[in-house]
Design a protein around this ligand. Structure first.
Ligand SMILES: *Cc1c(COP(=O)(O)O)cnc(C)c1O
Length: 373
């Protein structure tokens, strides 16, 4: 299996034919019976040290075979040793931050913009981290002896700005670089190949792909994965097996969904750039289904006027979604921090789905005329 499209369909499912199965089995067990307590005790010791317990996890908080399939598949797509799944993207990021605190290096260097709640989690110190905000160029100087992590998003939520991951990884030296790859997906970008040691996804978005499953996942090396599994086992932010099943199924169509939506997004970006109400269009250099744009007049009126496009936060679904970052996805940040991160009050964020481009444009065009002040 060398091609990403082939991996997307087959990874995590290699044993199914030998099992006489086509769809992956969903294991809903919360406990795994055994008459041998002493072996169970040894397995619990292994789990407490962060070993993946695989098919016989003793108890469902320690692992699940269906979730394990998704973890193996995602690691194969990202080109990492392994991956560790969580109940949501924020649970995944929390575990990474807690791993730093637990290792005695609670300081993080973070590059803005970040997803609003990620920014809030890091800035608030809720988990015991300290943060230094930095530009890419300032990262090397911002690193201290107690720095456990450098955090960046590329393309970043919500304005789609990108960082040179290879250059950033070099600036990090021995400190692991965490890249949130939610917006790119492994179809467009594999940060591990560019030197990032930790790749985080809100699997809720493109990996699931249909707006009906929450999840998060961290693709990384086995050593960091062990730290994450220890935290997941003790804090309990596990991915439900039904969610694991849906995420594995979502991966199979990820490449075709991303490519189709990216073509539509490119065309919509071109048409938006020529629209009199639009002052600026943001598109990532690597492409993808996200388009952000700034409008003259009232952005909230545009969200209120769409009829085909779904007026909702989140992204990565089969339907096209629009939201106003200053009101919703980045509302939790202070206005000053939001503006400092380059997030304009005039900005709208569009996650392009699989509808026909002309139908989408007809809706956006009529909605944009409502923005006029
Ligand atoms: C949505 C999002 C998250 C948080 O993920 P949840 O699954 O909502 O917890 C983190 N990072 C980015 C870039 C996101 O878009």
């Amino acid at each position: 299996m060398t091609s990403l499209s082939t991996k997307a369909v087959h990874a995590g499912r290699e044993d199914l034919v030998d099992l006489g199965l086509h769809a992956a089995p969903i294991d809903l067990s919360t406990t795994y019976p055994s008459r041998d307590c002493l072996t169970e005790a040894a397995r619990l010791d292994e789990a407490a040290e962060g070993t993946d317990l695989g098919e016989q996890p003793v108890y469902a908080r320690l692992g699940n075979p269906t979730v394990g399939r998704f973890e193996r598949a995602l690691a194969e797509l990202e080109g990492s040793d392994t991956s560790v799944a969580f109940a949501s993207g924020m649970a995944a990021l929390s575990a990474c931050l807690l791993a730093c605190v637990a290792s005695g290096r609670p300081h993080v260097v973070a590059v803005r913009p970040l997803y609003g709640t990620t920014d809030h989690l890091v800035a608030s110190g809720l988990l015991g981290n300290q943060v230094s905000w930095s530009t890419v160029d300032g990262v090397a100087a911002a690193i201290r002896p107690d720095t456990g992590l450098v955090i960046a998003e590329s393309p970043a939520n919500p304005n789609l700005s990108e960082v040179d991951i290879r250059a950033l990884a070099a600036a990090c030296g021995d400190v692991p670089l965490l890249v949130d790859n939610t917006f790119a997906t492994p179809v467009l970008q594999r940060p591990v190949e560019q030197g990032a040691r930790i790749v985080v996804h809100s699997a809720t978005k493109f990996l699931g792909g249909h707006g009906d499953v929450m999840g998060g996942v961290v693709a990384c090396g086995e050593e960091f994965a062990r730290a994450l599994r220890q935290i997941r086992f003790a804090t309990g932010g596990v991915l439900h097996p039904l969610a694991g099943y849906l995420l594995l199924r979502g991966l199979a169509t990820l490449p075709v969904r991303i490519r189709a939506a990216s073509r539509t997004a490119e065309e919509l970006a071109t048409r938006l750039a020529a629209h009199p109400v639009v002052s600026r269009v943001h598109r990532p250099g690597i492409g993808g289904p996200m388009v952000s744009f700034e409008v003259h007049g009232d952005p909230a009126a545009v969200v209120g006027a769409v009829r085909l496009v779904t007026p909702a936060v989140s992204l990565g679904s089969v339907d096209t979604l629009i939201q106003h970052p200053a009101s919703i996805s980045h509302h939790i940040m202070t206005e000053q921090d939001r503006h400092g991160a380059g997030i304009s009050d005039q900005l709208l964020r569009l996650s392009v789905g699989l509808e026909d481009v002309d139908d989408l444009w007809a809706d956006l065009d009529q909605a944009l005329h409502n923005a006029k002040s």
